[in-house]
Design a protein around this ligand. Sequence first.
Ligand code: HEC
Length: 103
Amino acid sequence: MRILLIAALSLAALPSFAQAPAKPGRLGLCAACHGETGHASMPGVPNLAGQQLDYLRNALQQYRDGRRNVAVMRTAIGPLNDAELDALARWYSVQVPQAQVRR
Ligand code: HEC
């Protein structure tokens, strides 16, 4: 019983990193194409929901430094700093992928 109580108390004391991240302030810059939850809303745009965090971070770095030279993405992330990009990568990586909606 005491062990259960200790376990319950330590779970309740877990810091906030165990929770999903808050919606990033800059999500609006991405949602038109990638959706708020990383489900693309237009043809030719990749879904991001549930993608590996390090992959998303790398991809964004590559658009930024031109290794991926895609105008639409370079423009989209142009005004963002590293912390903002990181928040967006985290947000999309924790979204739960849904089945494709065929149009
Ligand atoms: C105008 C539409 C548009 C907007 C706005 C946009 N994207 Fe994209 N994004 C794309 C397209 C198209 C691609 C595929 C580009 C390619 O071929 O590399 C892409 C690719 C990506 C990828 C790489 C996915 C992969 O599987 O390699 C990431 C990550 C990404 N976008 C994140 C973002 C973030 C974060 C934002 C907001 C700051 C954003 N995008 C805004 C259209 C958009």
